[in-house]
Unconditional design. Structure first.
Lengths: 224, 177
């Protein structure tokens, strides 16, 4: 089966920072999930890794300290070499129709077992537990036609569609597509009308800021 | 360098590994110290990185992959894991690539590898302000906003420099010249 390839991708500089390992953890999660479904971005990540290797090779380790080379020799001993690890399948073959592999592996569950929590009628969500300082990741499930509150962001935010059709002023998006919001952009997402619920994975650096006062007051209660 | 790793993998040649160790250990340590690890932590991670290379060398198909890219990925993952104490989403990807190498006789990584010298040349040919930004990202481990603060530039300028560098390098990596 050849799945539809995503048509909307993370920005180039986001892919670059992902490979360099400098993105907020929550954003890297969405990039990795997208790349697990997107051949094009998987290829980009591959050559960017090669670029990292070239730059590592070019690091001048002696620039600041002339004893660096001797230090390496002092840390070398053939006796320290551990036995080789047995070949194993490092990536368990989780083929979940909803959750992309990196996330399914992290959660250790499939899409049917997500402990959804009702927020308001037609909106359910699940916060993914992350270490402190990682940003926020949540799965959001919207009934067809459901609209969210208008909000803006103070940091990076990436939304990836996992199921159904997600839309906003910029267009409509399907499974695998990523929408990367510019800092400060205002948007009001909705699930398209139809039969299918819309499920999204959202990684944000900071908590979103709601445009309407009532929404700002409600945020601590409704939790999104 | 790929031949060296093949020797390490096939013959378990500690001599071949020693030269790889001496070449990369100082570079990995220097990179980690530039990323803010203290000397002790940087040495520990450099050691762990190189031992992982030894332990997993049989998973590496020398003629197809890039040893330095592999080492870079291992060091980066260990840094995220140990220094930032966060989930390593990139790991999935490195593993997947290893699996692909093992499972397919020929894959696209051969094409990427052919482009490596070209990519290196293109990197050296980038305008200095673009090169600086991607070095600060890949080697110094700075986020886009940290790069902006370090260079005293608006965040948008950092993003656009990264994007320009990316477009040039991507063209070469995909076989353009």
């Amino acid at each position: 089966m050849t799945a539809r390839q995503p048509q909307h991708h993370p920005h180039p500089e986001t892919l670059m920072s992902h490979v360099a390992g400098t993105l907020p953890n929550a954003i890297s999660c969405v990039v990795a999930c997208h790349a697990s479904l997107c051949r094009q971005c998987a290829d980009q990540i591959r050559w960017l890794g090669m670029l990292g290797g070239i730059m590592l090779k070019n690091v001048d380790a002696d620039a600041d300290d002339h004893v660096f080379k001797d230090d390496a020799a002092a840390h070398w001993s053939a006796d320290m070499l551990p036995p080789r690890k047995l070949l194993h399948d490092p990536a368990p073959k989780i083929d979940d129709p909803l959750l992309p592999r990196p996330l399914a592996r992290h959660l250790g569950i499939g899409g049917d077992d997500v402990p959804w929590r009702k927020v308001v009628k037609g909106v359910r969500q699940h916060w993914v537990k992350l270490p402190k300082g990682s940003g926020q990741i949540r799965l959001l499930r919207l009934a067809p036609g459901k609209e969210l509150l208008e909000h803006t962001h103070t940091g990076m935010e990436l939304t990836m569609v996992l199921q159904g059709i997600y839309g906003d002023h910029s267009g409509e998006y399907q499974r695998g597509d990523v929408i990367e919001w510019e800092e400060g952009s205002v948007h009001q997402p909705h699930a398209s009308l139809g039969e299918e619920e819309c499920v999204c994975l959202i990684g944000s650096e900071n908590i979103p800021h709601y445009s309407r006062l009532v929404a700002r007051l409600l945020r601590p209660i409704i939790g999104f | 360098m790929g031949d060296q790793l093949k020797k390490i993998a096939d013959e378990r040649d500690a001599g071949a590994f020693e030269s790889l160790f001496l070449a990369f250990w100082p570079k990995v340590r220097a990179m980690l110290m530039r990323q803010g690890a203290d000397k002790e932590m940087a040495e520990e991670i450099a050691q762990e990185t190189m031992l992982a290379v030894w332990a997993k060398s049989h998973q590496f198909s020398g003629e197809k992959g890039s040893v330095s890219a592999w080492i870079y990925g291992i060091a980066r993952n260990l840094r995220i894991d140990r220094v930032r104490q966060q989930a390593v989403w990139q790991r999935y990807y490195d593993e997947l690539e290893t699996m692909e190498r093992l499972q397919t006789a020929s894959d696209d990584s051969a094409v990427w590898e052919q482009q490596r010298p070209e990519l290196e040349k293109a990197l050296g040919g980038l305008p200095p302000e673009q090169l600086k930004v991607i070095q600060l990202s890949f080697i110094d481990g700075l986020s886009q906003s940290e790069i902006a603060a370090t260079l005293g530039l608006p965040l948008g300028t950092v993003k656009s420099r990264m994007r320009l560098a990316y477009e040039k390098l991507r063209f070469v990596a995909e076989g353009g010249s």
